[in-house]
Design a protein around this ligand. Structure first.
Ligand code: SAH
Ligand code: SF4
Length: 373
């Protein structure tokens, strides 16, 4: 039955007000319902005790407060946690929580798969792609809070303190839904994670970077990964559309960035490809004038990947050059490797199974076409 009922999660305040007015409620009701859904984390209308019983029943007759289904929850030996999230149409995406000492970041997906085909990224090899809608994006945050029992929205110390839009997908190719979801997440009367604790990572969709800065003002992370257009064109095809010069200009203009709030440049360390001392020096030159910091990401190899991770020596030498130029440039420690939760490994299990089936068929000499996956 629930398929026919409207899910209230993912509606913005105006939309929530509109659907409540449609069933004969006064507009003020939206504020109450919003509080129960996003501050208290309640999914059952019967528990919305500040609302009169007949009204609660009417709400339950018309609406649901739904989360995406969790197909699987895994916790890694280093305490990272991963949820394989299943949406109503059966598609799956992944959400990962990376705990730090007194806080932690939730890595949220914005799409099923990704239309971009960055050469080093496992997500980019997934065939099936669609945008996640606002309910599916906000739902990932809500189910993570369910999992850690962090309702009602904690005032101070919270485990789930930060959000990074760094899961599956390119968030700026799904801008409208991501923006709507983030506005819900930032709303102070609800989930209340401030824009200072939200970071959006992009491969460099220049026009949407500008829009994101103007509308949302969240922290920006750029997946840079190369210091020349020649190499970036090869490993990140989006560079052909928005080359380095334009991308860095958009970063220079990004509002709200300053020395206390820097733009993060992510740089995957690929052995013999982009990890020379000359690359590091060029990198420091490229970002001149931008309040920047770096995250050096050891490449996570996946089966079939064309690259290897740089040596420890190359990575520390690279970091040192950036440090000497005045930049913070930690080599990021991969987390959650044992549960395949690390950056660039996110790919739905169904897709992994499909690929291994395909391989098994090939090994057995069975034509792929005869068995479309
Ligand atoms: N599409 C967005 C956000 C998702 S990717 C983007 O590209 O920024 C999140 C981060 O994981 C990006 O910095 C991406 O470059 C990185 N990544 C992708 N594949 C990886 C791999 N195999 N090893 C390490 N990091 C990877
Ligand atoms: Fe997409 Fe980001 Fe992976 Fe590139 S790195 S394929 S943009 S998810």
């Amino acid at each position: 039955m629930s398929q026919t009922l409207t899910n209230l999660v993912g509606l913005d305040r105006d939309e929530l007000t509109a659907v409540l007015v449609e069933i004969g409620e006064k507009p003020f009701r939206a504020k109450q319902v919003w509080h129960w859904i996003y501050h208290q984390g309640v999914t059952d209308f019967a528990k919305m005790t500040t609302i009169a019983k007949p009204t609660r029943e009417k709400l339950a007759d018309n609406f649901v407060v739904a989360r995406p289904e969790v197909s699987r929850e895994q916790t890694s030996s280093d305490s990272a946690r991963k949820w394989l999230v299943k949406f109503d149409d059966g598609n799956e995406a992944e959400t990962v929580f990376i705990p730090e000492e007194d806080r932690g970041a939730l890595c949220v997906s914005s799409q099923i798969g990704c239309t971009l085909t960055c050469k080093f990224c496992h997500t980019g090899t997934q065939r099936l792609v669609r945008n996640l809608d606002p309910a599916e994006i906000v739902g990932q945050v809500m189910l993570a809070r369910d999992s850690y029992g962090e309702w009602p929205t904690p005032n101070g110390d919270r485990l789930l303190s930060n959000i990074v839009m760094m899961g599956m997908g390119e968030p700026l190719f799904n801008y409208d839904n991501v923006a709507k979801a983030l506005k819900i997440i930032m709303d102070g009367d609800g989930i209340a994670i401030s824009k200072r604790r939200i970071t959006l990572s992009t491969s460099g969709v220049v026009p949407a970077i500008r829009q994101c800065g103007a509308d949302l003002g969240v922290n920006l992370a750029i997946s840079l990964h190369a210091v020349t257009d020649e190499l970036r064109d090869i490993i990140m095809p989006i560079n052909k559309k928005y080359p380095l010069k334009e991308l860095l200009q958009a970063c220079r203009e990004y509002p709200g960035s300053n020395n206390a709030r820097r733009i993060t440049f992510e740089y995957i360390m690929l052995d013999g490809i982009n990890d020379s001392p000359a690359d590091a020096k060029q990198l420091a030159r490229l970002v001149k004038g931008i309040p920047a910091k770096f995250n050096l990401i050891p490449f996570n190899k996946w089966p079939g990947a064309d690259y290897d991770c740089s040596s420890d020596k190359a990575m520390s030498r690279f970091a040192e050059i950036l440090n000497d130029a005045g930049y913070s440039a930690p080599v990021r420690k991969p987390r959650g490797r044992d549960i395949l939760a690390a950056c660039g490994q996110l790919k739905s299990d169904s897709e992994r199974e499909r690929m291994s089936l395909l391989k098994a068929r090939r090994a057995a000499g069975i034509e792929d076409d005869a068995h479309p996956a």
